[in-house]
Design a protein around this ligand. Structure first.
Ligand code: MN
Length: 139
């Protein structure tokens, strides 16, 4: 058994997409948590403190961008980076994702070969930033 390389929370309303993401990420050594809507996703982020959230933008009721804002307004989950996953590929949608506080925007269908590397990179960048912030607070 290889060690767990990170804990990913997948917030996605489509069961098949959830299963695909889970299979790909677990195959790459990640621990995967799942939620089918924003409300459950935010609750799980608070209770399980994942290293990163993969956020479907098109969710019922609260959409993924609003959920990202809520996640980052909560001090308990403000530090958790978000990768937005969306079927939209227009430049404007990418900008909206970044404005909502997402670190990155990944189009659907997700490229399963590159996804694990992208997730690892965003986790590492977020951790480095967190350390830098901590050092600034101390000094
Ligand atoms: Mn969806």
């Amino acid at each position: 058994m290889s060690p767990v390389v990170g804990r990913v929370l997948v917030i996605e309303d489509d069961a098949l997409n959830r299963e695909l993401l889970q299979t790909v990420l677990e195959g790459a050594g990640f621990e995967v948590l799942e939620a089918a809507d924003a409300r459950d996703g935010l609750a799980r982020a608070r209770s399980h403190q994942p290293d990163i959230v993969l956020m479907d933008v098109q969710l019922p009721e609260m959409d993924g961008l609003q959920a990202t804002r809520s996640l980052h307004e909560d001090p308990e989950t403000a530090h958790i980076p978000v990768i937005a996953v969306t079927a939209h590929v227009k430049k404007d949608d990418e900008r909206r994702c970044l404005e909502a506080g997402c670190s990155l925007h990944v189009p659907k269908p997700v490229d399963t070969r590159t996804l694990p590397g992208i997730v690892s990179r965003v986790i590492a960048e977020s951790a480095r930033r967190g350390q830098a912030d901590g050092q600034r607070e101390v000094s």
